[in-house]
Write a protein that binds this ligand. Structure first.
Ligand SMILES: O=C[C@H](O)[C@H](O)[C@H](O)COP(=O)(O)O
Length: 234
């Protein structure tokens, strides 16, 4: 089965969590887009939901397909967020931000009673970190912020290239107007320690380690769907 078919399978399973009247957080990325497409067909046949999109890209797709949107200002508490991930560990810690949407994704997930992650099973890893960690930083003082990130990582015995994300010859700019540094630290044994250390650096807006947010992971593979849940969800 090809990668897209697996994403569609995971997205279809996630749709079973969506109930009439729900306030949804709607993720970003190729897997989340498959979810939006399936959601839109349900909406067309009468399902009533409103969604907060986690990126301008997702917002545009929702508008195009007729999924009603709201904002966290109008709707500050959400029932359910469905989103993809770049890596998922067995405790459902995540790396996100491969598409640069990590800040809005984390705000939306944190505003939701439940977050369900959808992915193909290749995203499941025993320890996070093979995927370079996206770190969103303010444009001001970027080099100083990068140095502080490298020092904080070194204190945790982590090292590796930290590179400014580019699109062609220009720096990639997030929906919030910030830059992304991709940190290739390799395995991150203590994600909480790195998360706390990064949050303590002025200039770091947010990072792509998601802890304690996802409660369900729907993983599609050649043999079917596997659903992982956190202890609190069982
Ligand atoms: O910033 C982007 C998001 O965190 C995506 O959810 C993540 O990169 C996974 O994307 P995809 O489903 O395309 O692999």
């Amino acid at each position: 089965m090809d990668a897209r078919s697996l994403k569609i399978k995971a997205a279809a399973e996630a749709l079973t969590y969506v109930k009439d009247g729900m306030r949804l957080g709607i993720g970003t990325g190729s897997t989340a887009e498959e979810f939006v497409r399936l959601l839109a067909t349900k909406v067309a046949s009468g399902l009533k939901v409103v969604g907060v999109p986690t990126s301008e890209r997702t917002a545009a797709l929702c508008r195009e397909l007729g999924v009603k949107l709201t904002t966290l200002e109008e709707t500050p508490a959400l029932d359910l967020t469905i989103d993809g991930a770049d890596e998922i560990d067995p405790q459902l810690a995540l790396i996100k931000g491969g598409g640069g949407a990590l800040l809005r994704e984390k705000i939306v997930a944190a505003a939701s009673a439940k977050m369900v992650v959808i992915a193909d099973e290749s995203k499941l890893v025993s320890t996070l970190g093979a995927f370079p960690l996206p770190i969103e930083v303010n444009r001001f003082g970027r080099a100083a912020t990068q140095l502080a990130i490298e020092r904080a990582a070194s204190n945790l015995h982590l090292s590796g290239p930290v590179t400014l994300r580019m699109t062609g010859t220009d720096a990639f700019v997030t929906d919030g107007g910030h830059l992304i540094l991709d940190a290739s630290f390799g395995r991150i044994p203590d994600t909480r320690a790195l998360s706390d250390a990064l949050h303590a650096i002025p200039g770091v807006v947010e990072h792509g380690i998601f802890l304690g947010l996802a409660r369900v992971a729907i993983l599609a593979g050649a043999d079917g769907i596997r659903t992982l849940t956190t202890k609190t969800e069982r």
